[in-house]
Design a protein around this ligand. Structure first.
Ligand code: DQA
Length: 170
């Protein structure tokens, strides 16, 4: 994973490993991790588990390989960087998988960015946001997402990727 100010980016080209006769339409998905998710593994493990963000990304890479898709990761603690990443996705990706972290519950800017680019987007959360504090029950992302998966730990991400790729191929 390479790093520059406030942003971590990593890419895996999974589709290149396919035999010619089994290549499906090449799909690229941007995986967006919002604030504080860089601390997964040490952050409130009773809620978020002990898995690190790097491990989540590895599991997503393996899932993408099975799905014959390409995944690119970004994590940032800064709202504007996430808005920029969503804008830039328009040129490079066919869909977005997003855990916006706390910005889920506060960010009209992220919601508007997703609506503006109009890329199919799946929202995921490690924890079940509806079993937690009331302020987590509202998602600004959900109305502009094709669906939301919440409460299954890392499986939320894997299920979300499966659903997004299935949607894009349907
Ligand atoms: C979270 C839930 C949010 O309420 C919280 O602010 C997070 C993580 C989750 O994955 O469960 O940072 O998005």
């Amino acid at each position: 994973m390479s790093a520059r100010a406030g942003v971590n980016v990593e890419t895996l080209q999974a589709a290149s490993l396919q035999k010619p006769d089994t290549i499906l339409r090449s799909l690229s998905v941007l995986v967006i991790h919002g604030p504080n998710l860089n601390l997964l593994g040490q952050r409130e493990p009773g809620i978020y588990g002990s898995i690190s963000l790097a491990e989540i990304n590895r599991l997503l890479e393996a899932e993408a390989l099975k799905l014959q898709a390409k995944v690119t990761f970004i994590q940032s603690n800064h709202e504007g960087i996430l808005v920029d990443a969503i804008h830039e996705a328009l040129e490079q990706h066919q869909g977005i998988l997003i855990n916006a972290g706390a910005y889920t519950h506060t960010s009209v800017a992220l919601r508007d960015a997703i609506a503006a680019v109009n890329l199919p987007t799946v929202e995921v959360h490690l924890s079940n946001i509806y079993r937690r504090e009331g302020f987590r029950h509202n998602s600004y992302i959900a109305p502009v997402a094709i669906g939301q998966i919440s409460g299954f730990g890392v499986q939320s991400y894997l299920l979300g990727l499966q659903a997004l790729v299935g949607h894009l191929r349907s």
